[in-house]
Design a protein around this ligand. Structure first.
Ligand SMILES: [Zn+2]
Length: 208
């Protein structure tokens, strides 16, 4: 894995094909090719404190987003509310259990693990926990990182909520509650967190 991290940290200049080894840059600095001065790469967004703030905010929204109703339907005098987990269980009950599992995985489990994983990585890096136990944890988490971010598909769930809102709005009155707000905020925080996060940069922190 050390080997792999080293291979990844080498890039080719776009203009003159010079092989340049990548290094962590200070904030606001751009790396230039030493031969032809073409811009090679910018500072990774990876600011540890920024990511810590995003992680904690996402974590705060995670539980109400999953436990509070995301949709409230008023239909012929009856009120029905549904949370994401109930929605997934309902779908599974109707026989579409693969869809139910996919929803739970993409909208609940994977985002939760992703946030917890990034939070643990940030805490290990921020507090410079250098003992072998924490380094081993960090290495394992970095290896699982791309899988977790691929499984996290809050955007698909967000789109499906919007689609069902537009389709149902002709038939029933729809209301949004705190759950909708928290889910939207969780979605936004996760987008920013994934934009800020840079896997290579995190690997380089392990190498230091
Ligand atoms: Zn060059």
């Amino acid at each position: 894995m050390q080997q792999c991290a080293l291979e990844k940290s080498v890039i080719l200049c776009r203009s003159c094909d010079l092989v340049v080894s990548k290094r962590a840059l200070p904030t606001g600095v751009r790396a230039l090719c030493p031969r032809c001065h073409t811009a090679l790469y910018d500072t990774p967004y990876c600011s540890i404190n920024g990511m810590l703030a995003l992680c904690l905010t996402a974590l705060i929204f995670f539980f109400p987003a999953n436990l509070l109703p995301v949709l409230e339907l008023h239909f012929l005098g009856s009120i029905r509310t549904t949370t994401i987990i109930e929605g997934a269980i309902n779908v599974a009950d109707q026989g579409y259990w693969i869809v139910g599992i996919a929803v739970i995985t993409a909208a609940v489990i994977a985002p939760g693990l992703l946030i917890a994983s990034i939070l643990t990585q940030i805490l290990i890096v921020k507090y410079q926990l250098h003992n072998p136990f924490f380094r081993q944890i960090l290495r394992q988490l970095l290896r699982q990182q791309s899988l977790l971010s691929q499984l996290t598909m809050l955007e698909i769930y967000m789109i499906s909520i919007l689609v069902s809102v537009f389709q149902l709005s002709d038939y029933t009155d729809l209301y949004f509650g705190m759950g909708t707000f928290c889910f939207t905020m969780l979605f936004v925080m996760t987008i920013f967190l994934q934009r800020e996060y840079d896997l290579e940069h995190m690997w380089s922190m392990l190498d230091d």
